[in-house]
Design a protein around this ligand. Structure first.
Ligand SMILES: C[S@@+](CC[C@H](N)C(=O)[O-])C[C@H]1O[C@@H](n2cnc3c(N)ncnc32)[C@H](O)[C@@H]1O
Length: 301
């Protein structure tokens, strides 16, 4: 399949532009997907090492080395490849259009399939296990924690009452019916947030982001850049907090009013406010709608 039909890269020109000034050393594309960003970065002259935990991705372009592992294992994988410092790291979080549109992967409330949602189908936990085997309280906790869903408890109770639920269309109906009718009409498909929360839990997406970002920031050469495109507020909040910590040197908890740690800034924020795709890009690629790009530059070791 053509890479751009597999997944249309978001903010593609901006990404190439933002990595243009980085000094030598490989640029890591932590989320290869259809390989669109990797291909553009390689064409711009970077040596690209890409990660994807889904074996069902297309072949990489020339100049791109593909590592079939979660980016949460980036530190170990780069050690094995003998890579120390890196010139850049790029994370384009979440799932690809191909994964969403392939019904049997079970990510979609629109295309009916088994309730799976694993990016890597060798993973032990599926969304079906959460939906059909976890307690109502644990399901409510996942939905509440990983989405801004106000009706997490009602949805979890409805799921437990409707077991067994075997396909995504039934799950989407159960979720929709659990949400008060007046609220269903706002904020897109009523099952969107619940599906997102289940996917985040199945793939431990926040744990992955923490580990991957840590490994990338740890290896960034002076002048190197790290860029993250998030598609929901929790990922963006985490990225922002982590980037601000690097840029201020402050690791005090956010609720502490006065900084009491040693402040040594080793990075600067290239973007103070996140960059969003313009209206033309969103019109052409509606999945770019919620993208938020943040970029950091290492200024001292
Ligand atoms: C939004 S798509 C990336 C699209 C890509 N930038 C492009 O231009 O085609 C996200 C991809 O990252 C992969 N992915 C998500 N989390 C991952 C993780 N923790 N480790 C490795 N790959 C991951 C998914 O399998 C998916 O293919």
């Amino acid at each position: 399949m053509e890479p751009d039909r597999y997944h249309q890269p978001v903010l593609a020109d901006r990404i190439v532009e933002l990595f243009a000034p980085v000094p030598g050393g490989p640029v890591i594309d932590a989320t290869f997907g259809g390989g669109g960003h990797s291909r553009l970065l390689a064409a711009a002259g970077h040596e690209v090492i890409a990660f994807d935990r889904d074996p069902d991705v297309p072949q990489p372009a020339e100049g791109v080395t593909l590592v079939g592992r979660p980016f949460g294992e980036m530190a170990a994988a780069l050690d094995e490849l003998g890579v120390g410092e890196i010139g850049g790291a790029f994370f384009d979080l979440g799932v690809s259009s191909h994964q969403l549109d392939t019904a049997e992967r079970g990510f979609s409330y629109r295309n009916n399939g088994p309730i799976d949602m694993r990016m890597d189908r060798s993973g032990a936990l599926t969304a079906a296990e959460i939906v059909n085997e976890w307690s109502g309280a644990d399901i409510a906790d996942v939905i509440h924690r990983y989405s801004d869903e106000r009706f997490a408890r009602r949805i979890a109770e409805a799921i437990v009452r409707s077991r067994p639920i075997v396909d995504t269309a039934t799950l989407a109906d159960v979720v929709r019916d659990a949400i008060p009718a007046a609220t269903r009409r706002t904020g897109g498909h009523p099952a969107r947030r619940t599906f997102q929360a289940l996917r985040i839990a199945v793939n431990d997406e926040l744990g992955e982001l923490e580990r991957g970002l840590e490994a990338a920031l740890d290896r960034l050469v002076v002048g190197g850049r790290c860029a993250v495109i998030s598609y929901h507020s929790m990922e963006d909040r985490y990225t922002k907090r982590r980037f601000v910590e690097e840029a201020t040197g402050c690791t005090c908890p956010p609720e502490q009013p006065v900084c009491t740690c040693e402040r040594v800034a080793t990075a600067k924020l290239v973007t103070r406010k996140p960059i969003r795709p313009g209206s033309d890009e969103v019109a052409d690629n509606p999945r770019a709608r919620s993208a938020l790009l943040r970029v950091l530059e290492r200024i001292a070791a």
